[in-house]
Design a protein around this ligand. Structure first.
Ligand SMILES: CC(C)(COP(=O)(O)OP(=O)(O)OC[C@H]1O[C@@H](n2cnc3c(N)ncnc32)[C@H](O)[C@@H]1OP(=O)(O)O)[C@@H](O)C(=O)NCCC(=O)NCCS
Length: 305
């Protein structure tokens, strides 16, 4: 086994970033899944990214061939990948050790491959979060809106009018899911400025019996769908139900309203991402015909008993 050398920095020279990207591509060809997510890939070349890069070299002393790469952000989220040609030589263990010493809280294993499971176990890490990727095909029969329970109606998001009400319900629905629940008006506007944004696919379910003087919550639930221009695969982007309306049979029809919209847009498939501990959402999506297509796992130190 040759010695592994690590280089930690906040910025990568252009040619080094290109070597890392090439390595990421070679690994994806072999693994069938990208080890480095889009945000961290963009951070490789962005001068504004505040991340820490760790580049690993192996082989002859002085060798400048990149053998592996790891990256972490300030909150402690991290990813790592080793060149398929230099695996099982201690590069992954060295990178992971450096990430953890530097403050990484959780390391993503996209696809949760056997090697990632082995390395995590070797390092004493455990799975702290599972993100399920689920999908199902769509056909013409999916294009019909399902009926909502009595007293509810659906309409499209109206930009300029619905932002505040949506932010409030989103915050309440995702109170225990900080990533989604803490979305601000600025974040929302940023998403609305993307070329995929389509208010017609951002569906709001309202309580038709609620009064505007505080007798209820007119916005009871929402299903925001996403479809990249020209894509035949749509996404259940965010689904939320106001806590006051949970447990009233809205989740099923709410899911169906979004998939019906995507089917009418010509999508032949729909996918979604859901946390493994969100058992109610997982059950709703399984009932709606979604199946797991991949599981991404975050490994971290076991929490103290
Ligand atoms: C996971 C990965 C980073 C491992 O890199 P690596 O340099 O080959 O790992 P190391 O040589 O440092 O292995 C350290 C230990 O991890 C375990 N391990 C590594 N690869 C393994 C495999 N294919 N199967 C089972 N255990 C494995 C072993 O316990 C190994 O110790 P050993 O070689 O003495 O038995 C690499 O396979 C990779 O880049 N995979 C794709 C990206 C990924 O999954 N990243 C997430 C990592 S949490």
């Amino acid at each position: 086994m040759s010695a592994v050398r690590l280089d930690t920095s906040s910025h990568l020279a252009k040619n080094l970033a290109a070597s890392v990207l090439a390595l990421v591509g070679r690994a994806a060809d072999v693994d069938g899944v990208e080890a480095i997510s889009e945000a961290f890939r963009l951070a490789l070349t962005s001068p504004h990214a505040s991340v820490t890069h760790v580049v690993a070299y192996a082989g002859e002393p002085g060798s400048r061939a990149v053998a592996g790469y790891a990256v972490r952000d300030a909150p402690g989220s991290a990813e790592l990948v080793v060149d398929p040609e230099t695996r099982r030589q201690g590069v992954g263990r060295a990178l992971l050790g450096e990430l953890l010493d530097g403050g990484a809280q959780g390391v993503w294993a996209h696809g949760d491959l056997p090697a990632a499971q082995g390395l995590a176990a070797d390092t004493g890490l455990v799975s702290t979060r599972e993100l399920h990727v689920m999908s199902r095909p769509l056909s013409g029969t999916d294009a019909v809106d399902p009926p909502l329970p009595e007293g509810f109606s659906v309409r499209a998001f109206d930009p300029g009018r619905d932002e505040q009400a949506w932010l409030e319900v989103n915050g309440l629905a995702f109170a225990s899911h900080p990533e989604q629940g803490s979305i601000t008006l600025e974040d929302l506007r940023e998403r609305m400025a993307q070329d995929w944004f389509d208010p017609a696919g951002f569906l709001l379910v309202e309580d038709t019996t609620a009064t505007s003087d505080g007798g209820g919550h007119p916005l009871a639930a929402f299903h925001w769908t996403k479809r990249e221009p020209e894509s035949r695969t749509g996404e259940v982007y965010v689904v939320g139900v106001h806590p006051a309306y949970q447990g009233r049979g809205l989740a099923g029809p709410l899911t169906g309203l979004g998939t019906a919209h995507l089917a009418r847009e010509g999508c032949t498939e729909v996918e979604l991402y859901v946390d493994g501990d969100n058992t109610r959402a997982l059950a709703t999506y399984r009932r709606a015909g979604f199946e797991d297509t991949a599981i991404h796992v975050v490994y971290g130190r076991p929490s103290a008993p």
